[in-house]
Design a protein around this ligand. Structure first.
Ligand code: FMN
Length: 354
C-alpha cells in the first residue's frame, strides 16, 4: 500500500522535487520584490523580533503500540522529519518551540494513518489540539513547520492556525515532504491567514534528505535575517555589531553592519572575492550572487562611508562621497576605519567577517 501510495503521489503531483532546496523568490532576470508577489507587507520588527517555532510532525502525534520499537520495526514508520528541522530553526533563531499535538493521536501504522488523514481531509475536519500557545501576542515572527499530508497540510495545522491568532506577525514556512513537494500546502495556509505576511522564501526538503539538512536550513534562517550564532558579545556581554573587512591591495576598510536582514544575508555570503567597479564619482560597486532581502532594511541616509544596497539593480555600494537618498537604496552598515581607502578600491577585493 505504501508503495502504491508513493507511486500515486508521484503521478498526481505535477512537480516532483528531488532534493532539499529553498524556493527561490524568482528565477527571472528582473526579480519582482516580495511586496509585488504578496499583498501583505512584513512588519519591520528588526532585531527586537521574538520568534516562535511551531511545527507538526507525525512522530509526536502517533500512538505507539506497547512494546513496539519504532526504530527497528519496519512496519512502523514514525520519522519525525519536521521535528528535526524545527529543532535547528529553534536553535538558530533562539526562539521558543511549540509542537502542535492532537488530542487523539494518529495510528502509528502507515496505512491506517493515511486513511485517517484522508478522511479528515475529506470532511474538512479540524482535529482537536491538546494545547494553545501561551501568550501568542508576545511573538512577532512565527516559523511554521509541517509535512505534506495528502497534497496539503495536516488538518491539525489548520486547527492551529484557527486557534492561535497570527495576525500582525511575519510567518516563514518550512516543510518536509515525499515526491509531492509543497503541493497545495502554501495556498491552504495563505487562505487560512489572509491578513498575515507569509514569506514566499520557503524551505522545503524531501523526506529522505531531512536528517542531513542542518546546514541548509540554518543558512535559510540566516538569510532571512535571524541568527543567534552570528551575534558576537563584547566584554560587557552585550551584543555588539558585526563587522566586515574589505581588502583591496594593501588597504583594509572596516565596516559595522546593521541588523537588517539584507546585511545578515550579505554576512552569510562571506568570505567573498569579487570584482569591484566604479560608478559615478562617489561609488564603488559589486553585484552579489543573490538578491538581498530588503524587507526591514533602513533607507540609506546620504552620508559618505555608507555601505548600501541598491535594490533595483541588485548591487552593493561603497560610498566615498555624499549621495542623494533614493527609495531603492538601503543601508547595510557604516565604515569604521579606512574610509580614505574606499575611492582607491580596484580590481578584485576580498570581503571577510571580522
Ligand atoms: C498521512 C500522510 C500523508 C502524506 N501525504 C503526502 C503527500 O501527499 N505528498 C508527499 O509528498 N508526501 C506525503 N507524505 C509524506 C510526508 O510528507 C513526509 O514523509 C514528511 O517528511 C513527514 O514528516 P514528519 O516525519 O515530520 O511527519 C505523507 C505522510 C503521511 C504520514
Amino acid at each position: 500500500m505504501k508503495k502504491m501510495m508513493t507511486i500515486l503521489l508521484a503521478l498526481v503531483m505535477s512537480f516532483a522535487l528531488t532534493a532539499c532546496m529553498t524556493i527561490e523568490k524568482s528565477e527571472e532576470t528582473e526579480k519582482p520584490s516580495q511586496s509585488e508577489e504578496i499583498t501583505v507587507e512584513p512588519s519591520k520588527q528588526g532585531d527586537g523580533a521574538k520568534v516562535l517555532v511551531a511545527y507538526f510532525t507525525w512522530a509526536e502525534n502517533a500512538v505507539l503500540d506497547e512494546g513496539v520499537d519504532v526504530v527497528s520495526s519496519p512496519s512502523v514508520v514514525v520519522p519525525g522529519n519536521v521535528q528535526q528541522l524545527a529543532t535547528w530553526v529553534q536553535d538558530e533563531t533562539g526562539g521558543d518551540i511549540f509542537s502542535i499535538r492532537v488530542a487523539d493521536p494518529y495510528p502509528s501504522d502507515w496505512d491506517d494513518c493515511l486513511e485517517r488523514a484522508n478522511a479528515e481531509r475529506g470532511n474538512d475536519d479540524r482535529p482537536e489540539l491538546l494545547e494553545k500557545v501561551e501568550n501568542i501576542d508576545q511573538y512577532t515572527t512565527v516559523f511554521l513547520g509541517y509535512p505534506n499530508w495528502w497534497y496539503g497540510v495536516p488538518m491539525a495545522l489548520l486547527s492551529f492556525l484557527e486557534q492561535n491568532d497570527l495576525s500582525h506577525k511575519d510567518v516563514y514556512l518550512f516543510c518536509s515532504h515525499g515526491t509531492g513537494g509543497l503541493a497545495n500546502s502554501v495556498e491552504q495556509i495563505t487562505a487560512a491567514l489572509p491578513e498575515v505576511f507569509i514569506s514566499n522564501d520557503i524551505f522545503d526538503c524531501y523526506e529522505d534528505e531531512a536528517a542531513s539538512s542542518e546546514d541548509e536550513i540554518r543558512s535559510w534562517v540566516n538569510s532571512l535575517g535571524y541568527s543567534r550564532s552570528e551575534e558576537t558579545n563584547d566584554s560587557d556581554g552585550k551584543a555588539s555589531k558585526r563587522q566586515i573587512s574589505v581588502r583591496s591591495g594593501d588597504n583594509t576598510i572596516i565596516y559595522a553592519l546593521n541588523d537588517s536582514r539584507a546585511a545578515t544575508s550579505l554576512y552569510a555570503m562571506l568570505p567573498l572575492s569579487v570584482e569591484v567597479e566604479d560608478y559615478s564619482d562617489n561609488e564603488k560597486i559589486f553585484y552579489p550572487q543573490e538578491d538581498l532581502d530588503i524587507s526591514d532594511a533602513p533607507l540609506a541616509q546620504g552620508k559618505s562611508g555608507t555601505l548600501a544596497y541598491y535594490e533595483p539593480w541588485g548591487d552593493v555600494v561603497f560610498f566615498y562621497g555624499d549621495y542623494n537618498e533614493n527609495p531603492g537604496l538601503f543601508e547595510l552598515g557604516q565604515v569604521i576605519s579606512g574610509e580614505e581607502f574606499i575611492n582607491q578600491m580596484s580590481g578584485t577585493i576580498t570581503i571577510e567577517s571580522e
